[in-house]
Design a protein around this ligand. Sequence first.
Ligand SMILES: NC(=O)c1ccc[n+]([C@@H]2O[C@H](COP(=O)([O-])OP(=O)(O)OC[C@H]3O[C@@H](n4cnc5c(N)ncnc54)[C@H](O)[C@@H]3O)[C@@H](O)[C@H]2O)c1
Length: 366
Amino acid sequence: MSLQTVRVDLGARSYDVVIGDGSLEASAEALKALCPRGRAIVAADAAALGHHRERLLAVLDAAGLEPVLIEIEGGEGAKSWARLEALVEAMLDANMERGEALIAFGGGTVGDLAGFAAAVMKRGCGFIQIPTTLLAQVDSSVGGKTGINTRRGKNLAGAFHQPALVIADTGLLASLPRREVAAGFAEVVKAGLIADRALFERLEAQGADALEGGALVRAIADAVAFKARIVAEDEFESGRRALLNLGHTFAHAFEAEARKGTLIHGEAVACGIVLALKYSARLGHCAADVADRAAAAFRAIGLPAAVSDLPGGPYDAEALASRMGDDKKNEGGAITLILARGVGEAFIARGADRADLIEFLKGETR
Ligand SMILES: NC(=O)c1ccc[n+]([C@@H]2O[C@H](COP(=O)([O-])OP(=O)(O)OC[C@H]3O[C@@H](n4cnc5c(N)ncnc54)[C@H](O)[C@@H]3O)[C@@H](O)[C@H]2O)c1
């Protein structure tokens, strides 16, 4: 059993991310230490629980913890005011105390919802992440961003609330549909494109093999270590952390415009990253082949790399630009984008020219 541990260094809020097949069993003692009342209150994705209930219960039993399972239907619908209310009420019904920790067992949607519930529960209770999708293991479970979607768009209500421990057990991914695995991997490729050229070039060379066995554990650990470095520098996203949103302003617009239930986050991110790189080339910041290389890397693992490949369309340029105008990164009504000067050289560009962006999007959505 080869496990890797990455430390997220945030002073008093520092924590470990334990990665690999078997990290769940290896973390029984750590779970016990974080659950002082002898029970584990788990907000669990119903699908993940369906596949891994026995394993989870065995680990909690080994830790001497009595399970309190709160089942949640995963997917974007989980990130709503109604589900937040239901979860907080369920935690209160369980007489949860502030000193206890809520354990999120699920993908990014259940993790984001549970983290927000933990942030507001009695003004902040403990929180542990056991991510069960690749996207959650490489990205959403680390860094403390939690939240839900609102009528105006994704992730517009939320809080920063760091977990005390993240257990990224790759064995839990065995039941994940291949489409979801590929989607999660978009965030690993993203890490390379933002600031880790060596990682991107390794993934480029590995193609679909990067999704298997030891290569996958190494890729997760590299992506988490990269994210941990950026979060340690800028926990509350007042600067550099915004780089992690490469492709996301485009992606959120696609997600808001897509026919319901057709598009998954990582797919929108893959296409959004290619667009951000193409737009960088249009503005003269980088060579055109950077977007081509990113597109090839995404296609090699089965991800869409152009608007025409993206499920949930057709997409309209004006509507997309309007959604991009709602993004949280914007200041004073101007659109902020993450652009790049090359592979591993992303930067924050404030004040995008809206008319030019619409022209660009018209070309891409034609
Ligand atoms: N907080 C952050 O920093 C951050 C970062 C990136 C993305 N996100 C958010 O993450 C969300 C996407 O997360 P996701 O891609 O994990 O989606 P998800 O949580 O919807 O999970 C995808 C699907 O897989 C199912 N599932 C989960 N684990 C499973 C397993 N082990 N076996 C079988 N099925 C399983 C779920 O029920 C769901 O249907 C988005 O809402 C996005 O905004 C947050």
